[in-house]
Design a protein around this ligand. Structure first.
Ligand SMILES: Cc1cc2nc3c(=O)[nH]c(=O)nc-3n(C[C@H](O)[C@H](O)[C@H](O)COP(=O)(O)OP(=O)(O)OC[C@H]3O[C@@H](n4cnc5c(N)ncnc54)[C@H](O)[C@@H]3O)c2cc1C
Length: 411
C-alpha cells in the first residue's frame, strides 16, 4: 500500500552499523540511505534500474574515532595550511544528511565485534565507557592506521585546527625542512610545502634510486614526479637511507637536526618530517579468521561480503582500504566500494522482506590509477592514458580544495 510519498511499505526495519565515517563508510551509509528512501543512490554511476519503489526503514549508526569526516587525501597540504585545514574537517553534526533522525553518530573506537550475535563493543569517547551496539548489517570501513604527519594526531576538529596551526608554524619558521620517504605521501608533502612556503629550503630524501618505488607504476610517471619536484625547487636526494637523526646545538631558540645518510653525508636542518610510517589495518576488533595474514578483511571477490566461514557472513561487509582488494588504495576506490556495498545490502534487505533472491553487483578489480597533487601541478597515471601532468590536470583532479567537494558528504 503506497504511503504519502508514493512509496510502498515493507514489513520490517533494519539496523545498520558502519565502523569508520570516512570515504568508504559514508559512501555506503549515504548511498544506502538514498536507496531506502526510494531515490537513486548519489553515486549513481553503475545503477541500472529505476529508483526503488519501496521505503525501507533503516536506522544507521556510524562509529568513528574522530568527531567528523576528515578529508584525508589533502593532508600533505592541509596540515601546513590553516585555511585548507578548516575546510578539510567537517564535524558529523554539521553534515546536513546526517542530521536526519535515521542516523546516530557515536564518537568512539570499536574494540570487538561478535558476528554470531551481531553485536559490536565500542569504547565511547563521550563517557569513556564500553557500550554495545546491535546490528542487522555491519559495514567495516575503518581503513589503515597511519602515523603523524601522514595523518593528523587529533581526533577532534578543534584540536586538529590547533595541530595544523602549530605544524604550519613549525615548517614556516624552521631553518630548512627535510621530508624522509619518496612514496606518494612524501612526494606530495615536499611539493606542497615548497609551494606554501617558497622561501623554505625543502629536501626530499628517498632510499631507492627511483621515487614512488613501491607503487606498481611506470618509470615515466616517477620521472615526471621527480622533474616537477625539481622545477618547483625541492632538492631531491635519491638512493640514500637516513641512518641517524641527532638533535644538535640550539641556534637562538631553534633546535636543529643532523641527519647522517648512508654514504656518510651529513645534512643539518630545522625540521624533519617522516613520510615512511607503515600502514597497519585497523581490523583488530574483528575475529582473526575473517582476516588474511596481513590483517585485511577477506571479502567475496565480487560482493564485498566477508568470505570467512563465520556465522552471518552475508550480513558483514568490508569496504575501502581495510578490504583485501588488489590495486592501489584510493579514496575513489573506497567510495566506489561503499556504493556497491549499499546496493548489495539494499538488494538483500528487499529480498528479506519479499522472500525473493537478491541480485548482487559485481565489483571489478581496480586498474592501477593514481593522481598526485604536486604544488601547482598534478601528475596522473591511468592504463588508458598513461602519464599526464600539468596545471590544468591539477584543477580537474583536485579543484580548489584538494578534491574535498567530490567526497560523499559534499554530494
Ligand atoms: C596523505 C595521503 C594522501 C592520499 N592521497 C590520495 C589521493 O590523492 N587520491 C586517492 O584516491 N587516495 C589518496 N590516498 C589514499 C586514501 O586516503 C585512502 O585510500 C582512503 O582514505 C581510504 O578510505 P577509507 O574510508 O577506507 O578509510 P579512511 O579514510 O582511513 O577512514 C577510516 C575511518 O575509520 C576510523 N576508524 C579507524 N579505526 C576505528 C575504530 N576502531 N573504531 C571506529 N572508527 C575507526 C578513522 O577515524 C577514519 O575516520 C591518500 C592517503 C594518504 C594517507
Amino acid at each position: 500500500m503506497p504511503s504519502n510519498d508514493g512509496l510502498l511499505a515493507v514489513a520490517r526495519s533494519f539496523r545498520v552499523l558502519v565502523i569508520g565515517g570516512s570515504y568508504g563508510g559514508l559512501s555506503a551509509a549515504l548511498n544506502l540511505w538514498d536507496l531506502s528512501r526510494g531515490r537513486l543512490p548519489r553515486f549513481n554511476y553503475a545503477y541500472d534500474g529505476p529508483a526503488p519503489a519501496h521505503r525501507i526503514p533503516i536506522q544507521t549508526t556510524i562509529v568513528d574515532e574522530r568527531d567528523g569526516y576528515y578529508h584525508l587525501i589533502g593532508t600533505p597540504k592541509s596540515l601546513a595550511c590553516e585555511k585548507l585545514a578548516a575546510e578539510s574537517w567537517t564535524r558529523f553534526q554539521d553534515i546536513p544528511a546526517l542530521k536526519s533522525p535515521d542516523f546516530k553518530i557515536i564518537q568512539g573506537s570499536v574494540s570487538s565485534v561478535d558476528c554470531a550475535t551481531k553485536v559490536a563493543h565500542i569504547l565511547d569517547t563521550a563517557t569513556n565507557s564500553t557500550i554495545t551496539e546491535s546490528y542487522d548489517y555491519l559495514i567495516v570501513a575503518s581503513g589503515l592506521r597511519r602515523g603523524y604527519p601522514t595523518v593528523p594526531r587529533s581526533l577532534r576538529r578543534d584540536d586538529y585546527l590547533e595541530e595544523a596551526r602549530k605544524h604550519t608554524e613549525n615548517v614556516r619558521n624552521a631553518r630548512g625542512v627535510v621530508v624522509i620517504g619518496g612514496g606518494a605521501v612524501g612526494v606530495e608533502m615536499a611539493a606542497e610545502l615548497k609551494m606554501l612556503e617558497p622561501q623554505q629550503k625543502v629536501t626530499l630524501i628517498h632510499s631507492r634510486d627511483r621515487l614512488l618505488s613501491s607503487e606498481p607504476l611506470p618509470d615515466d610517471f616517477a620521472e615526471r614526479a621527480y622533474s616537477i619536484l625539481q622545477q618547483g625547487g625541492v632538492a631531491v636526494i635519491l638512493g640514500q637511507r637516513v641512518m641517524d637523526t641527532t638533535a644538535v646545538d640550539v641556534e637562538g631558540d631553534q633546535r636543529m637536526w643532523r641527519l647522517t645518510l648512508g654514504d656518510g653525508r651529513q645534512i643539518t636542518t630545522g625540521h624533519v618530517l617522516s613520510a615512511i610510517s607503515r600502514c597497519i589495518p585497523t581490523s583488530t576488533y574483528l575475529p582473526p579468521q575473517t582476516l588474511n595474514e596481513d590483517g585485511y578483511v577477506k571479502v567475496q571477490p565480487s560482493r564485498l561480503q566477508f568470505s570467512a566461514d563465520i556465522p552471518n557472513a552475508e550480513h558483514h561487509y568490508a569496504v575501502g582500504d581495510l578490504a583485501a582488494w588488489p590495486g592501489i588504495k584510493r579514496c575513489g576506490g573506497a567510495m566506489h566500494m561503499g556504493h556497491y556495498a549499499a546496493m548489495n545490502i539494499h538488494q538483500q534487505m528487499m529480498a528479506e522482506c519479499s522472500g525473493g533472491k537478491p541480485t548482487l553487483k559485481t565489483l571489478n578489480p581496480f586498474p592501477a590509477v593514481i593522481g598526485l597533487a604536486l604544488g601547482t601541478k598534478a601528475v596522473s597515471y591511468t592504463p588508458d592514458e598513461g602519464t599526464k601532468h600539468g596545471e590544468e590536470l591539477l584543477a580537474s583532479l583536485f579543484g580548489e580544495d584538494m578534491g574535498n567537494s567530490n567526497s560523499p558528504v559534499m554530494l
